[in-house]
Structure formats: structure tokens, C-alpha cells
Design a binder for this molecule. Sequence first.
Ligand code: GDP
Ligand code: FO1
Length: 323
Amino acid sequence: MNVKKQPHVVAISGGIGGAKMALGLLHILPPQRLSVVVNTGDDFEHLGLRISPDLDTTLYTLADLANPQTGWGRRNETWSFLHALEQMGGETWFKLGDGDLALHLLRTRRLTGGESLTQITADLARQLGVAAQILPMSDALVQTRVATEFGELEFQDYFVRRQCQPRVNALRFAGAESAQVTPQVRAVLQDPQLDAIVICPSNPYLSIDPILAVPGMRELLRDAAAPVIAIAPLIGGAAVKGPTAKIMGELGVPVSSLAVAQHYAGLIDGFVLDVHDRAMETQLELPTLITDTLMKSLDDRLRLARMTLDFAATLGRPRKTAA
Ligand code: GDP
Ligand code: FO1
């Protein structure tokens, strides 16, 4: 009997932009055949709780619980906790909804008890009915720090409290040097039957670079059995949401999808470019799929996911160059 192999795809993702793509992939793959390796460089402690924003966004998005307006947090959220906090003079710049609070409490309590972020996230995903493996990039604490005109800022201070207004001079990922790839991330990237690794249209500097900074991660991508494909997070030189374009400008990088592809040079085997940027195709020195990459509806997410996997299938298992 000829048993058809089930596809297996690994997505490398940040928060809001990445989770949109991961949702498309989840819908077109059989259950448990999507693994999402998620940035945890945005993680921080707030009000005594451990918050992992990109894991939260991925969990809520894949569980169909996400707030469609903000992209982060839960749909139909209530805010009694935050209002009570405000009344008593607590910090309210980082908005924790009542339902969301339950996730942070559970996570924090189990982390304090010595369990790994990977194990806790797997349990939360199961409880929320998510049929994908959601994997933190590492179980070690890696924290993105933003060097600005106001000195070095903690990530959420820069991103949420100051709304990405300070000018970025440099980024570093504190703790990355001693972080380790988890056995679970290693296993999915070393799957000999892997069909594709998709670098989601996430912020390359804030969301993907922290993942790549975990020692051994680049080598795992380079040595994987499947092609690595990145999707441009810019459309017509602008971000759909968030500070990607602003940061590229501030770091002195041309604000273009070409620069994003060049940022991933040596790591990717194919690039997905938006139709608005088709003029750049001739300058891209790797196989390129040109398509509409704007994901407004669920159908848009599914279509882009399908096109990306069909594109990956045309690339086969290219010989990898040094990453
Ligand atoms: P964050 O961690 O919440 O900031 O989210 P990500 O890093 O995962 O995603 C942010 C990036 O997603 C931004 O550069 C956006 O331009 C990009 N993005 C969001 N939606 C879309 C979309 O529909 N299409 C494309 N191509 N990029 C998108
Ligand atoms: N983003 C905001 O812009 N404002 C918030 O008040 C806020 C609260 C918040 C709470 C939980 C959570 O998981 C994420 C939250 N985010 C909020 C998202 C935010 O942390 C960023 O989008 C990411 O770190 C960038 O990926």
C-alpha cells in the first residue's frame, strides 16, 4: 500500500504579522503538522507576572481567540483588573485584560515551580485546542534591548510605553550567548521529512533576529532537509503594521524588501515578494515568488500559505550555503 507522507512545515515567527501567516498554514496542513518557533525576546516581567507577548499572540491567534482590532490580547476582553489597578495607582501602560491575566498567572506560577516555558506553552496550546506545536525559541531568558537616543531601553518600554518613538541606534539580545536551542526546536528542524521552513512576514530586526541569535539556530536552518523561504514584511516599502520600516531607516538600511532579502542572505533559498514590489525581482539573486502578500481575510492567509508551500515544493532541497 502506498501511504502518502503527511507534510510537515516549520514557521519561524514573531507576533502579530507572523501569527497571521501561521494561521493560514494551520488551516491548510493536517493537524499537528505545523510547528511554530516563536520569538521570546519581547518577554518581560510585569507586576510580578511573566509576559511572553509573541507566544500569547500566537496562542490566541491559532486558538481563534485573538482580538482582531489590536492583533494582541483576547477578543471580547473585559478590563476590571486594569481599572481597579488604575484606581489604586498601579502601572497601566501595559494593558492586561481580565481573561489574558489568567494565561500570565498560569505561566508564571508554573515557571516559578521550575517547569520549562516549552512544556507550559505546549499544555496551554492543548488546553486551548490548538492543533499546532507552538515552540518558544529557547527556554532561557533572552531579552531584546534597544539602544536609543535615551540610552538602552528594555523592549516593552521602547515598544509599548514609548510607542516605538525613540530613534533606534542598535539592538542586542541580552542572554542570547548562553541560551540554548531546545530539544523540541532541534527535533522539528532536523526532521528528515520536513517540507518547508517559512520565515513569516515578521519584523526581521525585532522578531526574527532574536530567534537567529540563539546559538545553533542558524546552523539548524542551514542544515535542514527543507528549503527556507522568507516572506517580505514590507509592501511597497511600508510596513502593514508596526515599526519595521522606521527601524530599518534608523539603522541606515534601505527601506525595501530587497534589503530584507539581503538581511537573510545565506539563510534562505527562496523569497516571497509582494506584487507592489515586482520591480525589485531582477535584483533578487534567489528564486522569488511574486504575489499579493496582504493578509486581510482568512482567505488571504490561506491563499498565501498555499502559494508559499507550492513555491517551496518547486525548490526541493537546495544545497545550503554557509549561513
Ligand atoms: P510583532 O512581533 O507583533 O511586531 O509582529 P511580527 O514581527 O510578527 O510582524 C510585524 C510585521 O508584520 C510588520 O513588518 C508588518 O509589516 C508585517 N505584516 C503584518 N501583516 C502583514 C501582511 O498582511 N502581509 C505582509 N506581507 N506583512 C505583514
Ligand atoms: N501592545 C500594546 O501596544 N499595548 C499594550 O498595552 C499591550 C499589552 C499586551 C498584553 C499582553 C500581550 O501578550 C501583549 C501585549 N501587547 C501590547 C503586545 C506587545 O507586547 C507587542 O505587540 C509585542 O511585544 C511586539 O511583538
